[in-house]
Design a protein around this ligand. Structure first.
Ligand code: ZN
Length: 255
């Protein structure tokens, strides 16, 4: 792989990290993880990324196929950096218990219930995709449509994933979410977007408890399981129909 190519990817990596840091008001654990993340690049027959965690730090491992469009590699890079949002700082890697569904956090969104069943993986990746697209669009002016198209084609993501994630995030605010604002924005004494705020500051149990107090115990978990089925393209249970009905029910409850 050419040195210039590697250098340009490294430069993008640091630009994305800097950009996300500039979007944080608070000195969050997320910010401190962003300050210690490093990059490792290799070449291969397809482009993929992975976030590796050691005792001391985090590494984004990026494998690129050099004939892929550059913005695709940038998108994959941003996606992996956003995975840092969900990492736990807890050494046992399990914390943050929530009574309403008897779950503990593996990462802030991926949780395990008392029977040992995990949930939240699909939603976690969808949020990483969503924020990565917003970031690459904002930083490098790549059209959202081009990025979602690449995601569908190269990563076999479900159609409408970006819009559905956006709809979920916007359920928890009167104002539409935009990456132009701070990720952990506060207005007065309240978080501008409760969902984003809890993700960034890492207190999902509080969020789930309040969601379940509206919707019923265990309903956040049910919603997450439907997101999982949607993300894994399991159409047998018609997850999209359930998700949309839950969105409607939530909006009704808010009135
Ligand atoms: Zn991922």
């Amino acid at each position: 792989m050419e040195v210039l190519y590697i250098m340009s990817l490294e430069q993008r990596f640091w630009e994305i990290v800097e950009f996300i840091l500039s979007k944080l008001n608070n000195k969050t654990n997320f910010a401190s993880r962003l300050e210690i993340v490093t990059l490792e690049i290799s070449e291969g027959s397809y482009t993929w990324g992975k976030l590796l965690k050691t005792k001391q730090d985090f590494t984004v491992k990026l494998n690129v196929k050099s004939s892929d469009p550059l913005e695709y590699a940038w998108f994959v890079t941003a996606h992996e950096i956003y995975h840092l949002l969900f990492e736990s700082d807890n050494i046992l890697n399990i914390s943050d218990s929530c009574q309403s569904d008897c779950s503990y956090a593996l990462t802030s969104i991926v949780r395990v219930d008392e029977s040992g069943q995990t949930y939240g993986e699909g939603l976690q990746d969808m949020i990483c995709d969503y924020l990565a697209i917003q970031t690459i669009h904002e930083l490098y002016d790549i059209p959202v449509k081009r990025l979602t198209g690449m995601m569908r084609k190269k990563m076999l993501r479900p159609r409408g994933e970006y819009e559905l994630t956006e709809e979920l995030i916007n359920l928890f605010s009167d104002k539409r979410f935009s990456i132009e604002d701070q990720l952990d924005d506060i207005e007065g004494n309240e978080a501008s977007n409760l969902f984003m705020y809890t993700i960034v500051t890492g207190c999902m149990a509080t969020f789930i408890t309040s969601y379940d107090s509206y919707m019923g115990d265990g309903w956040w978990k049910k919603l997450c399981e439907s997101f999982e089925a949607y993300f894994m393209l399991k159409n047998d249970r018609n997850p999209l129909k359930f998700i949309k009905l839950e969105f409607e029910r939530f909006q009704q409850m808010q009135k």
